[in-house]
Design a protein around this ligand. Structure first.
Ligand code: FAD
Length: 443
């Protein structure tokens, strides 16, 4: 008898409850990944994410092979592909870790019912979030809209479970699959991924090494220096969590059992949980304002040249240009700079947050369908527990405060001072605040 484990945002062997359940069943295992770009509502991966995903999956394939198994790759709508592989493998059980986006949940719920109808055992598990969205409710039974009480409520629930051991053997029957290289996930003409290769080693092994290194070294300065982009005090774990190379349970346990001061870090993990909580209850997070009054915002016609200058890091505002070039080069941007560049787009260039969200979606290696739109709406002021619209980050003051010696700007955009700024910060700030009056009037 064979168990099928369907991997999704959980490209790891350690602390993988679905894989663990299959191993505990003590039968043969087939591990499957389905590249589903066809099911309705599934958002196609951005370019940088595809790069990461390719390498992470390749590494996982090697790790599975070293335990005697095969990672079966198939492409197509999951609703058709998964039952096909169940038949090909002769599987009598299917296990997966749960997803929390609207279209993903619909696919999984339908599949669960169909497979069960065919007599297949199906079980799903919590692998990607410490506190599943429906388990955290206000006294009135509604979802949380403000972070602090949300996180307080989470911390009052039973503590996150200990991570599960990885299975030693993954033997199973041979099942036909596709070759990863035929999926065309890597950029070729042009190959723009040199900076990504320089900066990152995707995969579970490197993820675990980075977790150890962070807690052993950088975490000591996290609370003091996490807002300074040149310092490198943050964990850089976001792509690891995005792709599930590390589970949040593993990160949590390693953090709480380390000697490092981890209070601030745990609360950032809490923001990740809150973003997914919000997406679960508001599946249109990437396309609709969470606060409906924002629908009244009078966005001017899109100024393509301004959007283009922002994307290329050619605005003449040094901290903005440095961030946008770091993003393009490495697939990553420091959190403080993400907030500044996002605020500049929305509140100085008066460009709809959705255009910025799309660009980050395409260029971030950690882009995920909760954190990216959630944070864009937070900066824009249209979202959950958002920064008020009238809080406009001043990129010059932010640079003085968080990049006082100019190291970050020197590294990424030393020439930006010589570019004529594309807008006047004070004038555009005033125009943005005037436009915001329409939202205020709408309620
Ligand atoms: P650390 O400071 O070490 O934090 C630890 C972990 O907590 C992170 O790895 C991440 O998983 C989580 N985390 C931290 N801050 C946040 C936050 N504000 N919201 C949600 N989770 C958080 N993060 C993503 O993972 N994916 C995105 O697509 C994404 N898009 C963003 C867009 C904008 C406009 C902004 C302002 C922020 C965005 N963030 C996103 C949040 C944050 O910038 C990154 O998680 C963080 O910079 C990652 O660096 P780190 O791993 O070193 O963070």
């Amino acid at each position: 008898m064979t168990s099928l484990v369907w991997l999704r945002d959980d490209l790891r062997l350690a602390d993988n409850p679905a894989l663990r359940a299959a191993a505990d069943r003590g039968e043969e295992i087939v591990v499957l990944f389905v590249l589903d770009e066809e099911s309705p509502g599934i958002r196609p991966l951005g370019g940088a994410a595809r790069w990461w995903f390719h390498h992470s999956l390749a590494e996982l394939g090697e790790r599975i092979a070293s335990r005697g198994g095969t990672l079966v790759l198939r492409r197509g709508p999951a609703a058709a592909v998964v039952p096909e592989v169940v038949r090909d493998a002769g599987a009598t059980a299917v296990y997966w870790n749960r997803r929390y986006g609207g279209p993903e949940r619909e696919i999984d719920t339908d599949l669960k019912a169909r497979l069960r109808g065919d007599g297949v055992e199906v079980a799903s598990f919590a692998g990607s979030l410490l506190f599943e969205p429906w388990t955290v409710k206000t006294g009135a039974g509604t979802p949380y809209g403000v972070f602090t009480p949300f996180w307080r409520a989470c911390r009052q629930l039973p503590a996150p479970r200990a991570p599960l051991a990885e299975p030693r053997s993954l033997d199973g029957p041979a099942v036909d699959g596709e070759d990863l290289d035929t999926w065309g996930l890597l950029p070729t003409r042009p190959d723009w991924a040199a900076g990504l290769r320089e900066r990152w080693t995707p995969g579970e092994r490197a993820a675990r090494a980075r977790l150890r290194e962070f807690l052993g070294e950088d975490a000591a300065t996290y609370d003091r220096a996490r807002d300074e982009p040149a310092v490198g005090a943050t964990s850089l774990l976001s792509p690891r969590l995005r792709w599930g190379e590390l589970s949040p349970f593993t990160v949590w346990e390693a953090a709480v059992s380390s000697d490092a001061p981890i209070g601030g870090f745990l609360s950032e993990i809490g923001w990740r949980e809150f973003a997914w909580h919000t997406l679960f209850h508001f599946p249109d997070l990437a396309t609709s304002n969470l606060r409906p009054a924002f629908d009244a915002f009078p966005w001017p016609p899109l100024a393509e040249d301004r959007l283009d200058a922002w994307q290329r890091g050619q605005t003449g505002v040094p901290l903005v240009d440095a961030g946008m070039r770091e993003l393009w080069h490495t697939g990553f941007m420091h959190n403080r700079v993400r907030m500044v560049t996002a605020s500049f787009l929305v509140k100085n260039l008066l460009i709809d947050w959705r255009r910025g969200e799309e660009w980050f979606w395409d260029t971030l290696v950690d882009a995920d369908s909760a954190s990216n739109p959630f944070n864009w709406q937070w900066v824009a002021g249209s979202g959950a527990d958002a920064a008020p619209y009238f809080r406009v980050f001043n990129p010059e003051l932010q640079a003085k405060k968080f990049d006082g010696d100019g190291r970050y700007i020197d590294e990424w955009a030393p020439d930006s001072m010589d570019i004529e700024p594309i807008v006047d910060l004070g004038e555009t700030r005033r125009a943005a605040l005037a436009a915001y009056e329409a939202v205020r009037a709408a309620g």
